[in-house]
Design a protein around this ligand. Structure first.
Ligand code: FES
Length: 258
């Protein structure tokens, strides 16, 4: 189900420099799942396109969505000024989401880097009880947003670029340092991180799902900024392009070129 609605802001706070945590009351939550996103429309109509923002959490009653986003431009700067009771126009739910059934009875890595961390929270909440959840998150520094929420849903390992907390380096450095292993990987973060994880998964023969949400712009199939090459062979051209916002944002790592 996808629809455009006016929702109400329940709360908003800054949880790290320029990173905001907003809860929105909306019945779109009833059908939302981890790895999906919503389009949020700025009130400033200099652009008609929404900003795609991933779903960080669905409330237990399935009547509210939590989004955690970084200020990246005018639109997100405007969202950061919203307060309890403000209305916000949103479109959702968008995208395919993570396939959680692949984790049944398995040992998994949930790997999030930077603003790719938020979708890992809802994913950790949705994975089956039989899944062993190892959540590996990479931050720039000691601003460990969402750490406590993640710890309630799995075992958390931290990497920081500046070495201030956990392993110095990235999420792959953390799993090597801790000698961690997994049967399935779910990952979201900057493209260089996903490229490295894709290589790691191929080398170890691990099934790996990556969310390419970082490459999206409008999120609704209108701008074509998100096209990526896929391995699917098209009968006519031998290549096939996918729109990340429509066909993804989650793909099997081996299906897409990064
Ligand atoms: Fe605009 Fe996909 S993000 S078409």
């Amino acid at each position: 189900m996808k629809k455009k609605i006016t929702a109400t802001v329940l709360s908003q706070k800054e949880i790290a420099p320029r990173i905001f945590d907003m809860w929105i009351a909306t019945d779109l939550a009833a059908c939302a799942k981890a790895g999906q996103f919503i389009g949020v429309y700025p009130k400033d109509r200099s652009t008609l396109l929404p900003r795609p923002i991933s779903i960080c959490q669905v409330s237990d009653k399935k009547d509210a969505l939590r989004i955690v986003y970084r200020i990246a431009g005018q639109g997100t700067a405007e969202f950061s000024s919203y307060q309890e009771g403000d209305s916000v126009e949103i479109l959702g739910t968008l995208g395919n989401g993570f396939p959680t059934e692949a984790a049944e009875g398995k040992k998994v890595f949930l790997m999030g880097g930077g603003i790719g961390i938020p979708p890992m929270l809802e994913l950790a909440r949705e994975l089956p009880a039989s899944t062993e959840k190892q959540i590996i998150v990479g931050y720039r520094d000691d601003q460990l947003f969402l750490k406590e929420d993640l710890e309630k849903n799995g075992t958390v390992y931290i990497a920081t670029e500046d070495g201030s907390v956990g392993t110095k380096g990235n999420v792959l450095d953390a799993i090597r340092e801790q000698n961690l292993t997994a049967d399935v990987i779910y990952a979201c973060g900057p493209t260089p991180m996903l490229r490295a994880i894709k290589e790691y998964a191929a080398e170890k023969g691990i099934k790996c799902y990556i969310s390419l949400e970082e490459k999206m712009a409008c999120g609704i199939g209108a701008c074509l900024a998100c096209v990526c090459q896929s391995k699917d062979v098209d009968h006519h051209s031998n290549v096939h392009n996918k729109r990340i916002c429509k066909d993804g944002p989650v793909f099997l790592a081996e299906e897409v070129e990064l």
